[in-house]
Design a protein around this ligand. Structure first.
Ligand code: SF4
Length: 230
């Protein structure tokens, strides 16, 4: 395996069979090893990233920040854990009420129904399968990545400790925008081949979602994804 790229799998589309970075991706190596080890995750991690150091009972060097983290965790009470859970639930409820999340759910449900209902009929009118594959693949990711972006953004508004560009929510928003751009192109191919009225509405829904996302995350496209944008 070539030199791995840190965190490359955090902002990719997970379409490994089409990825140029499989030899530099630890997530791919573990995934491939899991398949080779018949689902034994422990054995797979060992195969992908090597054996753990033997435990000789000698004191181990403490990684930077680990001591601080251990001490902080030791002082967290059950009440604080419960409060953190309630805060997270409230954040999720606030996100669910936003026009962006509503538009995302609407697009996802309608696209899923369209794929389910229409896919069988499309070969007769020669819609390229690659366009359908892209729409299906991206639809499985768009909602999850958008939720991660919104959730991280909301948390950062409370903590106010993130870099304005190089942060996880901006990276997740950028990936969602890239997926939406590719999906919109795929819908145009479908429309070109089928003139399907519902496909046109779904293209409009994807474009509306893109506009809302760009307005909420104006710096998203400035984020540099490890590996892909280096
Ligand atoms: S970076 Fe490439 S190889 Fe790694 S998980 Fe993403 S798509 Fe797969």
């Amino acid at each position: 395996m070539s030199e791995p790229i840190d965190s490359i799998a955090e902002y990719c589309d997970r379409w490994c069979e089409r990825c140029a970075f499989t030899d530099r991706c630890s997530a791919f190596a573990v995934q491939a090893a899991i398949a080779m080890c018949d689902g034994d995750v422990e054995a797979a991690i060992e195969l992908a990233v090597g054996q753990p150091q033997p435990d000789d009972n000698s004191p181990k060097p403490v990684p930077p920040g680990q001591r601080w983290m251990d001490e902080a965790l030791a002082h967290i009470t059950e009440d604080e854990v419960d409060q953190a859970r309630r805060d997270e639930q409230l954040r999720d409820e606030r996100i669910d009420d936003t026009p962006l999340k509503t538009a995302s759910i609407e697009y996802s449900v309608l696209a899923h129904r369209w794929l389910r209902d229409q896919e069988q009929a499309l070969p007769a009118v020669s819609a390229p399968r690659s366009a359908l594959e892209i729409i299906r693949w991206d639809n499985a990711l768009i909602g999850a990545k958008l939720h991660r972006a919104l959730s991280g953004f909301n948390l950062s508004q409370e903590l106010r400790n993130d870099d304005p560009v190089e942060n996880d929510w901006n990276g997740s928003a950028k990936l969602t925008l890239l997926l939406l751009g590719r999906t919109a192109a795929a819908w145009r191919v479908v429309i070109h081949h089928t003139d399907d009225a519902d496909a046109k509405r779904l293209l409009e829904a994807a474009e509306r979602l893109t506009s809302l996302l760009e307005a909420q995350f104006p710096n998203a496209m400035k984020f540099r994804r490890p590996g892909f944008d280096a």
